[in-house]
Structure formats: C-alpha cells, structure tokens
Ligand binder design. Structure first.
Ligand SMILES: *Cc1c(COP(=O)(O)O)cnc(C)c1O
Length: 347
C-alpha cells in the first residue's frame, strides 16, 4: 500500500448511533449531527448509513452543508440547520427543503417573510451565550412562532461532558421555564446530555461525537482507523539527530522509519512528543518533529521492518491523540486531511 489510508467503519458508526438511540430511551427520537462534513468522515456517506440504521432527522451547521446531505438522502428526512436562516440562505432552504433553527427575531422575520409556511425550529439560549434567542426575545416572539410551522424548540448544553457541573441543572431549569406550555417537540441534548439521563432527553436527542467513536461516550466503538505507509527506513548511530531542529538525538543504535503523513494531513505538531504509531500491537514512538508530509518513528524494537504503521487503531483512538495534542477528539477528527485514501467498510 503506497497511500496513507483512512478507514471508516460504517457498521461501528451505525452501532454507536443505535446505542445512543437506546440510551435516549423509548419515545424519544434520536437525530444525527452531521455538520463539518460528518465530523470529517463524509456527511453523505455518514447520513446514508445512519438513515439506513433508522435516523430520520439530521443536523448541519450551515445551509451549504445541507446540500451534500440532501443529495445523499433524497427527499423525506428532515435536515435542520443550526445557524438558522441567514441572509442569502433563502433559496437553499427552499430548494433543499431545509429546516432552519431560528436564532433571533431578525431571523424569524426573514424566514416568515421570505418563505411563509415553510417549516422552522427555534434555538433558545439557556446560558451558553453562543446561539439562540434569549428569554426576553423569545417571550416577545413566542405566540407568533407557535402560530406558524414550528417543528422543534432546541437549546444546547455548555458543560454536558462534566456530569457534576451545576451549569447542567441550571440550563435544564431555564429550558423548562422557557418552553413550558409549548406544544412543540423539544431537544436539549447532544452526546453528553444523553448520558446525563432521561431528564435531559425531552423529545429529540442530537448526538454527534459519540456516533463517531469519541468521548464522552466511553462505550463507543472506534470508527476511524489510520494506516500510514513506510517510505524509508534507516539506521542512526548514537549522537545522530532526526528531523527539523535536531529535536531528537539517538541514545543507542536506532532504526528510524519515515511514514507518509504530517501536519498537512491534520496530524498536529503538538502530537509529536507523546504519540506512538503501532506495528500490530507494538507501540513505536514518534521521534523528532512532525513535518508537513512526514513523520519519523523509532522502530528499533521491531523484529521485522514494517510496511506500514497505524496511527489510529483499536488501542489508540482519537481521544488518545487529542490528549497528546492538548485538544479534543472532535478537533482530531475534523482535522483529518483531504489527502488520505478513504475506505468505507462494513466490519
Ligand atoms: C455539535 C452540536 C451537537 C452535537 O454535539 P456532540 O457533542 O458532538 O454530540 C448538538 N447540538 C448542537 C447545537 C451542536 O452544535
């Protein structure tokens, strides 16, 4: 194999969605968040797989992202847009039959004027102060909104990955107060909120990262596997250095493998000092700096020269890499580059 290969296990993806659907409980609809090109794994493929598993409602960040999802799904499944109805979005919302989650009075006016009778949802701000209508704004608009084609009222938790954080209960209370007496389906929880328990589930849950194999869903099956071909292997004497800045010096006679991927493929330089690359079960340390297209690995401990090394596998998932780089699994996934050959498999 001569190309770095990102393998995406679509069965694991579907299993993770089913597990989050089961955790959402009976009578709750489990949607699927496929923004950022399906967390970097291809929104169309992901959406098709999840539709097959039973998902009927999908969320994207912006109207443009709805195009690939609608094309993959055809008419029928609902595609909701977190950024709402922005100026210039009207034709896309109409032609692709998208459901904008309206975030402000301005968006509401734009929507009902441009597309009267077209479905919409409302996003409420319950304390995160990122998107959504605040309590006063919603109070002013509520009766008008409830008289139109409103399909969903949603909000988003800021601290759901920390179950003991008091912000969770505070936002839950605010959401209940703001939506009391509204006979409209409600949605508060992403992956983290699903794991907080049934109080947080309401009518629709919106998992993203857990489906893709990331924390906080600890039971998730890994979805992304990354295999890097070895281009060259060399012997390095004690005292010789490897890579830019002479950042690593051999302490013993060493064998160094150079593999084909680098920071231009989403493998951040900050991964270098702590990250291992695997030959089967054997962990080989990354040495020296990560370059744009290349990574150097100490394979002295291997009995045979490897043809390829695994950076994402069953032992080392996106959250291990995230820890090593000081970030979160979401960022590792959505950074995975465009140069990989992508293989979609059913396990
Ligand atoms: C990204 C996002 C989700 C999905 O969150 P995960 O933590 O990936 O499950 C749900 N709702 C909103 C508003 C989001 O922005």
């Amino acid at each position: 194999m001569t190309t770095s290969t990102l393998t995406i296990d679509l069965d694991a993806l579907a299993d993770n969605w089913r597990a989050l659907d089961a955790a959402s409980g009976p009578g709750v609809e489990t949607a699927a968040v496929v923004k950022a090109d399906g967390y970097g794994l291809d929104a169309g493929r992901v959406a098709q797989t999840l539709a097959h598993a039973g998902a009927r409602k999908f969320f994207v960040a912006a109207a443009e992202e709805g195009a690939a999802v609608r094309q993959a799904l055809g008419p029928g499944p609902e595609i909701c847009v977190f950024s709402g109805h922005m100026g210039g979005d009207t034709d896309m919302i109409h032609d692709l039959q998208l459901t904008p989650m309206l975030n402000s009075i301005d968006q509401m006016l734009r929507h009902v004027e441009a597309l009267p009778g077209h479905d919409f949802g409302v996003q409420l701000d319950t304390g995160m102060n990122r998107l959504g209508m605040e309590a006063a704004e919603w109070a002013a608009l509520r009766e008008i909104a409830l008289g139109q084609n409103i399909k969903l009222i949603m909000s988003h938790l800021a601290c759901a990955d920390e179950p003991d954080h008091p912000m969770n209960a505070q936002q839950l209370r605010a959401f209940r107060e703001m939506t009391a007496g509204c006979d409209v389906p409600r949605s508060l929880s992403a992956t983290g909120g699903i794991l907080l328990g049934p109080d947080y589930h309401f009518d629709v849950t919106r998992p993203g990262i857990g489906m893709y194999g990331g924390l906080p869903f600890e039971q998730a099956r890994p979805v992304a596997y990354l295999s890097l071909p070895v281009i060259q292997i060399r012997d390095v004497e004690p005292g010789e250095t490897v890579g830019y800045g002479n950042a690593w010096t051999a302490q013993r006679p060493s064998r160094i493998a150079t593999v084909a991927a680098g920071y231009a493929d989403g493998l951040h330089r900050a991964l270098a000092p702590k990250t291992y690359v695997y030959a089967g079960d054997i962990a080989c340390p990354v040495v020296g700096r990560i370059s744009m297209d290349l990574i150097t690995v100490d394979v002295t401990g291997l009995e045979e020269d490897p043809q390829q090394l695994e950076l994402l596998n069953a032992q080392q998932g996106v959250d291990v890499l995230a820890d090593n780089a000081g970030t979160i699994g979401y960022e590792i996934l959505t950074s995975l580059g465009a140069r990989y050959r992508r293989r979609y498999v059913s396990s």
